[in-house]
Design a protein around this ligand. Structure first.
Ligand code: TXA
Ligand code: MG
Length: 536
């Protein structure tokens, strides 16, 4: 097939090309189009025969559904059987942009698009050429990334040409893709919104609109035998170059040591370290996750061009947009890791469940304990800026006459209702988290195992720093008794504090391990089991 090429870097300058591409799409052809995430392989979403051509061009498994791209929010109502207000709030905040929303589908969506599921994934891209082409076509466009299935997604026109020249009707040049990783995929077709694929719209941003969002286990972990993928795309080998990549868990020094042991290997490292390695491809700056998303796929293709066979990669920070970088890199590496740092275990759970008792068990076995409450006390020492901000917010009564914090008074006010608790968190969390992050990274880089006792581990996104998370829980009455004894509070005050926390299900859904602590000998036994399973 003779593939036509169009320059749509500035679509307004080339209306004839836009119209021609629209006509090709209406005629049932497949066209590669630029988006702000990666290039897409587009066809009329209502035309099953046209959509079949996408699968043929990519060599994509038939059960892997496609995202439908629209140019107006209104089109969502043509595609989705139910449009909850949550979807409209997300659209208002993030569309046009790199967010895909999954909703129950209407019958007009062919099975070829939905992969036989009863849902449809919809997104409204912000790239000017993408919206111009969708409008010119006059129909929503189904489009996966424009790579051969299993290869890294294309983020430059030449990547698309490499993979698709001769296989499709046309390719549109839209320049280098702004974000460089595919959109965030979120399903609203589950009781709690669930992040299926991380992207440039972060979990934290989604939570600011939706409240709770779950991160699907497949985001950072390989599927185990018997597990089904919430998103069919998660089960396939992905983003992989021909080279064999291994991610080095550890800091720059640990990475340098691994490279030393493998003089012929390629380094997939950050810009800052490129002078250190003879064979080296970079993927952005260590401190700038957006530069990493922008560069990663191009770097993976570059490794192949340079003939790399064995590659060691730096492990990016998983926080914020970094989660998307980790997700793609780990998949490209087939979840192959070398561990050159200490293991990090995070412990969380509701008040009175026994977090500190369990932390102590780990500490007794050589884990370095990081205690969020202790750090919270340190950052609210007399005269600290955090303490001042708390007094401004909750009243000078939270200070004792000598200028130190009256913790009981603060607790009484801050746990009064969820709005007050949020105020407390917004002031203290950033400072606490920064300290926890530094301490855990420093110790683990030295090869020391770390146990973190962090009541708000998941709420603050600290769980992504952990190799394992443990939720410790106990019966309601057991916790009540413990708190009476420990804090000397009235039952009413304790109940209030408990009610302000998340439910058991919230913790359980997010943790690697769950420990039930009604009894000390049971606790010991469960602890030994966890220790055994993480040291495998
Ligand atoms: O940024 C992007 O999203 C790019 C550009 C071209 O828009 N597109 C893209 O499409 O990455 P694709 O097909 O490479 O990835 C779509 C992902 C796959 O993992 C697929 O399994 C998942 O979204 N997906 C699509 N529809 C779904 C559905 N109804 N339920 C669950 N997962 C779905
Ligand atoms: Mg893809």
């Amino acid at each position: 097939m003779n593939t036509e090429f169009f320059d749509l870097r500035d679509p307004q300058q080339n209306p004839a090309a836009v119209q021609r591409v629209g006509a090709l799409l209406r005629a049932g052809e497949v066209v590669a189009i630029p988006t702000e995430t990666v290039y897409g392989l587009a066809a009329n979403a209502y035309d099953a025969a046209a959509v079949e051509k996408i699968f043929a061009a990519k060599g994509r498994p038939q059960d892997n559904p496609l995202i439908v791209h629209i140019a107006y929010v209104q089109e969502l109502f043509d595609l989705a059987a139910v449009v909850p207000t949550a979807a409209l709030r997300l659209a208002e905040r993030f569309w046009p942009g790199p967010l895909t929303i999954i909703l129950p589908k209407k019958d007009c969506i062919p099975d070829a698009v939905s992969g036989g599921l009863d849902t449809v994934a919809v997104r409204m891209p912000s790239h000017k050429a993408a919206s111009a082409v969708i409008r010119a076509a006059g129909v929503p466009l189904a489009a996966p990334s424009a790579n051969i299935s299993g290869f890294p997604s294309p983020t430059e026109m030449r990547h698309v040409a490499d993979d698709m020249d001769g296989r499709i009707a046309a390719v549109c040049d839209g320049g280098s893709c702004e974000f460089g990783v595919e959109s965030t995929v979120l399903t609203l077709a589950t009781p709690v919104p669930r992040l299926l694929r991380p992207g440039a719209v972060t979990k934290e941003q989604l939570e600011s609109v939706l409240g709770e969002v779950l991160v699907d286990n497949a985001v950072l972990h390989p599927l185990t035998a018997g597990q089904t993928a919430a998103s069919p795309g998660m089960k396939y080998r992905h983003y992989a170059p021909k080279a064999e990549i291994t991610v080095v868990r550890g800091d720059a020094k640990a990475f340098a040591a691994v490279m030393n042991e493998h003089p012929d290997a390629f380094a997939l490292c950050f810009e800052e370290d490129k002078h250190l390695y003879k064979n080296c491809v970079t993927f952005g700056s260590e401190s700038d996750p957006f530069s990493q998303t922008h560069r990663l796929f191009d770097a993976l293709r570059e490794l192949d061009e340079q003939g790399a066979e064995t590659v060691f990669a730096r492990d990016p920070s998983p926080e914020g947009v970094g989660l998307a970088v980790c997700n793609r890199l780990y998949r490209a590496a087939g979840f192959r890791f070398i561990n050159r740092r200490g293991t990090i275990v995070g412990i969380t759970g509701t008040t009175g469940a026994g977090k500190s008792t369990l932390t102590k068990l780990f500490a007794d076995r050589g884990f370095f304990p990081v205690d969020a409450d202790k750090i919270a006390r340190e950052i609210t020492e007399k005269g600290s800026p955090v303490l001042q901000e708390l007094a401004d917010t909750f009243g000078a009564e939270i200070l004792l006459p000598d200028g130190t914090l009256n913790r009981k008074e603060l607790a009484a006010r801050a746990f009064a209702d969820s709005e007050q608790t949020k105020k407390l968190n917004d002031i203290t969390h950033p400072a606490i988290l920064q300290k926890i992050r530094l301490l855990a990274n420093e110790k683990s880089s030295d090869g020391v195992h770390v146990v973190m006792d962090v009541p708000l581990l998941f709420e603050c996104g600290m769980d992504v720093l952990c190799d394992y998370t443990v939720h410790i829980t106990a019966d309601h009455d057991t916790r009540l008794k413990r708190l009476r004894k420990r804090d000397g509070l009235s039952d009413e005050a304790i109940e209030k504090r408990m009610a302000a926390q998340h439910t058991e299900e919230y913790f359980t859904a997010r943790s690697t391990f769950v420990v039930v602590n009604n009894d000390a000998s049971d606790l010991n036994e469960q602890f030994e089991e966890i220790l055994h399973s993480i040291s495998q």
